[in-house]
Design a protein around this ligand. Structure first.
Ligand code: 2HG
Ligand code: ZN
Length: 461
């Protein structure tokens, strides 16, 4: 049966590259979650939009589920194929197609890495400002599927803000051209925005037109040691009111501990419970002096106990490594991840409640906090004790996530700020979206994909 299906697909699209060796099924069937055992039917690596359309038509005819696959750096199981799905990997559709200097847009295929987009924009004297640690391996298609955020959202917003147009292959195999790079387009439903963040459940993005912008003036990076949680948002206010920020990130001493164990350089002689990394425009002496003034002000008020400002690109990179390197430094500890958000105004109260909840519920675990606190986005990584079995660990973490979701619901927050719902958080979707809203989401999905073949089981069942 399996072989028949694959042979049939091969006949339908003779040039389509197909893989089915056990090592390939394993490699392409998982993402960074590592929680599910990969078990795809096979892997298709289309090179053209026509081939993606042929795959969709074949899938519809034979009722085969499809899972889109980019860099598989996702943290929510959105690209996991554990149920005989055909994985559609976009790794061969990874080219830049067009740069338009007047429109300031870059048109790319979905498999292109975020870092390659950064480089391409730079070659034209512009930037694509969405950025985060997985830049070298994540793909633009995956960024669109999760409306990825990252470290510069505070200044530039999420992926959504930078998508001028999308081409989408639907479950039926139709090709839709959504928004066509227009700035102004008041012509009804903007399906482009429905597709962004839909985790591949409404169709597969096969081409994206990205907006670019001017590079910011030259910047500097400051690292602060912050003695108390209550001071974090005070430091944020002080920085935001005097400086033009392009990032404001925080992490705890536990996060620093793991990054240092992974080879980063210790920034201060004394340890501190919290740290902030901030990047800001520092093109002239006025701006540089403003940064020093902010530091003085925070020091005097007791909101920071120490600080360091980068004097070179190498120093800026070393300071960034303390934040950017956290996820990688935790990976060996098999962390259970939460990625939550509240309105920025709610952050101080929310952080206090989270601290009480997590220290009460996880007394025996190493709990690592960090994230984009200036956007109201907190990452919580609970590390698995070596002696605890996977299932027990997961059960304990899921129990606490229910409590966390309740707290989020009281604040109108989100159970997934930027990683997506995927398989990991679908049980908690109702903490973030109302029942009527979820019913509408399901109905929309059914209109786009009546057979439920596009990345099924992700977002909701
Ligand atoms: C980050 O901000 C990423 O570094 C990953 O969103 C967060 O590993 C995580 O929990
Ligand atoms: Zn993040």
């Amino acid at each position: 049966m399996r072989q028949d299906l694959i042979s049939n697909l091969a006949r339908t699209a003779p040039a389509l590259r197909l893989l089915s060796a056990p090592a390939d099924l394993e490699h392409y069937g998982r993402d960074w979650t590592r929680r599910w055992t990969p078990a795809p039917l096979a892997i298709a690596l289309p090179a053209t939009i026509d081939e993606v359309q042929a795959i969709a038509r074949w899938a519809s005819e034979y009722n085969v589920a499809l899972v889109p696959s980019g860099g598989r750096t996702g943290l929510s199981g959105g690209a996991v194929a554990a149920n005989s799905e055909l994985v559609v990997s976009f790794e061969r559709m990874n080219r830049m197609l067009d740069f338009n200097a007047v429109d300031r847009t870059l048109t790319v295929q979905p498999g292109i890495a975020l870092e390659a987009v950064h480089k391409a924009a730079q070659e034209h004297g512009l930037i694509y400002p969405v950025d985060f640690g997985a830049r070298g391996s994540c793909s633009i298609g995956g960024n669109i599927a999760t409306n990825a955020g990252g470290i510069r959202v505070i200044r530039y917003g999420n992926t959504r803000e930078w998508i001028a147009g999308l081409k989408l292959v639907t479950a039926k195999g139709d090709l839709l051209e959504l928004n066509r790079g227009l700035i102004k387009n008041s012509s009804g439903y903007d399906l482009r925005h429905l597709v962004i963040g839909a985790e591949g459940t409404l169709g597969f993005v096969v081409e994206a037109t990205l907006r670019l912008t001017d590079p910011p003036p030259s910047s500097q990076v400051m690292l602060f040691a912050v003695p108390a949680m209550a001071a974090l948002m005070r430091v944020f206010d002080a920085c935001r009111s005097r400086l033009t920020l392009s990032a404001f990130e925080f992490f705890t001493d536990r996060a620093l501990h793991h990054v240092l164990a992974h080879g980063a350089q210790k920034p201060f002689a004394e340890t501190s419970p919290y740290y902030v990394v901030t990047e800001f425009d520092a093109a002239d002496q006025v701006q540089q002096q403003a940064a020093l003034d902010v530091f003085e002000q925070c020091l005097k008020a007791g909101w920071v106990s120490d600080g360091v400002m980068s004097q070179s690109d190498a120093q800026a990179a070393a300071l960034w490594r303390l934040r950017d390197g956290i996820t990688e430094s935790l990976a060996a500890h098999r962390p259970y991840k939460n990625d939550v958000s509240v309105r920025v105004s709610t952050v101080p109260e929310f952080l206090g409640e989270m601290q009480a909840l997590l220290s009460r519920e996880y007394p025996q675990f190493d709990v690592v906090w960090f994230g984009h606190i200036g956007d109201g986005n907190l990452h919580i990584n609970v590390l698995k004790p070596v002696e605890l079995g996977d299932a027990d660990f997961l059960a304990q973490c899921e129990r606490v996530t229910k409590l966390l979701a309740d707290v989020l619901a009281t604040h109108g927050g989100s159970i997934s700020a930027e990683h997506g719902i995927g398989l990991v958080k679908k049980a908690y979707l109702a903490s973030t979206r109302g029942a009527a809203e979820i019913t509408l989401m399901r109905s929309l999905r059914a209109v786009f994909d009546p057979q439920g073949l596009m990345n099924p089981g992700k977002l909701f069942d």
